[in-house]
Design a protein. Structure first.
Length: 349
């Protein structure tokens, strides 16, 4: 295997305000979506056609694609460098993704089961193990991302993305594979992983070949393409609804590709979003608990406050309660590993 050198020496200890700002933006979009809910029986239980629900669906093509592109970008800072490094690399991914999936995703599955109809309640102790195989709630992203890393390991061993031409071929093949995503099984993150793969590969390329893909010469065309595809995506959504057909899926995927690329070109920096983005993984893992707690808090504080008050409180708690959980967990070695997937250490850093 050809050696792949990191494009960002010292990435383990440095922060990038541009990337953290985009991570923060992605976090806000994610929490907003779960505050609103994906149908009239979840979240704020808003009816179909409500402006907030329309807003949540309007950004479907950007929300998780942006998370994934940024994951690929960060991976490209410290990529797999050689075949002998594969065991340690995958061990790290198992710890970082599968342990939180088991403990945090499993806890969420148990809580959801406890709140459901007791007559339908399954064996609670099986649920954390089941979450490792069958994607559960928002935690499907962890199953899918682990699948992506397995594919990326193979690609890196083959040296398939060492050159721009090789990367472009891999990216186009991954994008073409999006057409079959709706028909793939969800087990072990296969369907979700194929969906995320093109975005992850895009993130790798945007970092590894930034001189080409993020060049100033290309920027106007990216912005124009993003505006056109976003308009097409919104028109299709308004006229056909949120469909899972291959055609609708490909429109959303192409929209996600050009819009996330445009956001990287914008290279925004805003300290409040960067602050949130620096803890994006913890927010992703724990925001569903915060959103639910915030909704209950809003009902107790101001029952007549209505949707705006409940929305604001749920959003704030959903974003910032995970920061408190992270701060506590980092100081307890067992929790920092089980809940955050970090190395077992007594250091809070």
């Amino acid at each position: 295997m050809n050696q792949i050198q990191s494009q960002h020496p010292g990435a383990a200890t440095r922060r990038d305000d541009n990337i953290d700002t985009l991570r923060g933006f992605a976090c806000v979009l994610l929490v907003i979506f779960h505050v609103i809910g994906y149908n009239a029986q979840t979240g704020l239980e808003l009816p179909d056609g409500h402006p907030l629900r329309e807003f949540a669906y309007a950004l479907t093509s950007i929300r998780m694609p942006l998370f994934t592109v940024l994951s690929g970008w960060v991976y490209a800072w410290r990529p797999l460098k050689s075949a002998p490094a594969i065991p340690g690399f995958m061990q790290g991914k198992l710890r970082r993704l599968m342990l939180p999936l088991f403990f945090v995703g499993g806890a969420n599955a148990i809580l959801m089961a406890l709140m459901s109809d007791p007559s339908l309640r399954p064996d609670l102790l099986i649920l954390p193990f089941k979450a490792l195989v069958i994607p559960h709630s928002v935690y499907w992203f962890l199953n899918a991302l682990f699948f992506v890393f397995i594919v990326v390991v193979v690609l890196e061993v083959l040296g398939a993305m060492n050159t721009f031409r090789g990367w472009a071929v891999v990216f186009l093949l991954a994008l073409a594979a999006e057409a079959i995503t709706p028909s793939l099984p969800r087990h072990f993150g296969i369907g979700g992983g194929v969906y995320l793969l093109a975005f992850f590969i895009l993130g790798v390329g945007l970092n590894r070949f930034k001189n080409v893909l993020l060049s100033a010469r290309l920027r106007p065309y990216i912005y124009i393409a993003a505006l056109i595809m976003f308009a097409i995506d919104q028109y299709y959504l308004q006229t056909h609804g949120f469909l899972r057909t291959p055609e609708a899926h490909m429109i959303r995927c192409v929209t996600g590709v050009v819009c996330t690329t445009a956001l990287l070109h914008l290279s925004p920096q805003w300290k409040p979003l960067a602050f949130i983005g620096a803890s994006s993984y913890a927010i992703y893992l724990f925001h569903v608990f915060g959103v639910a707690g915030g909704r209950e808090l809003a009902m107790k504080l101001l029952p007549a406050g209505g949707v705006p008050f409940a929305f604001a409180i749920s959003l704030i708690v959903g974003l910032f309660a995970p920061l408190l959980v992270q701060a506590i967990a980092k100081r307890i070695p067992l929790l920092r590993t089980a809940l955050l997937g970090l190395r077992f250490s007594s250091s809070p850093r």
